[in-house]
Design a protein around this ligand. Structure first.
Ligand SMILES: [Zn+2]
Length: 457
């Protein structure tokens, strides 16, 4: 065991003493492997230093992007950027600080946060409490990009598949900066269908023109440098949480009618009735999705589809069932199932078993581990067991869905490797896998499957 490996085993702490002796061997080998992150987002250095509360707000699914929706439009942003007097007045009127304290207070009492504090304290060599961790972390983020690189390299990141459709309005310069700064790790971009729709939906143009612009943009994303100046390795769709069951749509007249309905309502004030809002553009979105998937199929590139997970306030949880992707996996025409490469995201969490079963049944459907990794923390062990009980090792993709703060890449990598090693140990001890098969399985999950799916050099 080399010094670095010994150092990392030391970090396993109390966890280690309870493990089967075989675990040590397996963990040591898995821990040395590189990682490809099959789905994540970029981070920027806009907010390098953070208070503990702000850090928890930024990385919690209960708070990220949700907090502004608990106040009338624009109020929270005003509060965030306001001086003391502005904040005082807004607090008096809307109780903003009190509400955030309540939300973050609960977040801070999750085992997830208590565990990540202990883990980060080891990486940062400081006391294992949130204040000390944030102080040590804020010391490091003065050199933001050095810190990010240290985190990525500590867990072996080599490629990140970045969904540029969620990047908090980052400019081309900010995106390229991230792309440059993470080296030797490499950024590979994925194009989100909704990115194009966001550009085109507000335009007062005919359906024909919409259709033509949509196609031009789609081809530029796939074949040109349409993804903020670079090529896309694959596509991403956010359609499932909007509409539920996705049935491919080829009928232009139905799509045209949907475009007309969207035009009529577009400039009206949005309501909190998400379902009726999405229903207006449902057929247009199905049509766009179908066109995009046809193009993916032609090029043999994959389509990632948001599945499971939360991301309040915009998603509709009841729509997120992995089985709603069955028609897309089939993608049949003229009596033939055509096998586009489908990657349901976020482990379908919490419907992990359904997402796993979908990938078991459809050879062209993959299984991706993000959000569940790292948010399920210690129980990743059980979840990985559940995934591996039915999904071939050659179809499971490690991913983090890291967003907002750089620690999420690291945490996902650290826990992803540890609990994958633990689950593989179970199979080795039980006699289903020998040691070499287990390590080869880890290679596939952590980087090989991603490289072959996206044909990376
Ligand atoms: Zn994502």
């Amino acid at each position: 065991m080399n010094i670095k490996a010994a150092h990392k085993l030391g970090h396993l702490g109390p966890f280690l003493s309870k493990q089967h002796p075989e675990f040590l061997k397996i963990f040591e080998a898995v821990n040395e492997l590189p990682i490809d992150d099959a789905h994540c987002h970029l981070v920027t250095d806009r907010e390098p230093s953070m208070t503990p509360k702000r850090f928890l707000e930024r990385m919690s699914l209960a708070a990220m992007d949700t907090v502004p929706a608990y106040f009338p439009a624009g109020i929270y942003d005003k509060w965030l950027s306001g001086d003391e007097a502005v904040r005082y007045n807004l607090n008096m009127q809307f109780g903003i600080q009190e509400k955030i304290d309540g939300i973050i207070g609960d977040v801070s009492q999750s085992i997830y946060v208590k565990f990540l504090v202990k883990e980060m304290a080891q990486f940062l060599t400081c006391e294992p409490n949130l204040e000390a961790v944030m102080e040590a972390r804020n010391d490091r983020t003065g050199n933001y990009w050095d810190y990010l690189r240290d985190l990525l390299q500590d867990v072996g990141y080599e490629n990140v598949m970045v969904d540029t459709g969620y990047c908090e309005g980052a400019s081309v310069e900010e995106i390229n900066r991230y792309d440059d700064e993470i080296h030797p790790c490499r950024m590979r971009r994925l194009a989100r269908i909704e990115m194009v729709q966001k550009e085109l939906f507000p335009l007062e143009i005919s359906f024909e023109e919409y259709e033509q612009r949509y196609t031009t943009r789609l081809l530029d994303l796939l074949d040109g440098n349409g993804n903020y100046g670079k090529k896309s390795y694959g596509m991403k769709s956010y359609l499932l949480p909007y509409i539920g069951l996705i049935e491919p749509l080829y009928d232009r007249e139905v799509a045209r009618e949907s475009w007309r309905a969207l035009r009529e309502s577009y400039h009206k004030i949005p309501s909190m009735d998400r379902q009726s809002e999405y229903n207006l553009s449902k057929d247009l979105r199905r049509y766009n999705f179908t066109l995009a998937l046809e193009e993916c199929l032609k090029r043999d590139i994959s389509m990632q589809i948001h599945t499971g997970d939360g991301e309040a306030p915009s998603v509709i949880l009841r729509n997120q069932d992995p089985f709603y992707l069955e028609e897309v996996c089939r993608f049949d025409r003229d009596g033939v199932m055509r096998m586009p490469k489908i990657v349901p995201l976020h482990a379908g969490y919490p419907s992990v078993g359904k997402a796993a079963w979908l990938s078991h049944l459809y050879p062209n459907c993959y299984f991706e581990l993000s959000v569940m990794t790292p948010f399920v923390h210690q129980n990743l062990f059980q979840r990985y067991m559940q995934v591996m009980e039915v999904v071939p090792l050659s179809k499971i993709l490690y991913a983090s869905d890291a967003f907002h703060v750089p620690e999420l890449y690291w945490l996902a990598g650290r826990w992803g490797k540890r609990y994958l090693a633990k689950a593989l140990t179970e199979y080795v001890v039980g006699g289903s896998l020998d040691f070499d098969e287990a390590i080869e399985g880890a290679r596939m999950i952590l980087y090989k499957n991603n490289r072959s799916l996206y044909k990376l050099d």
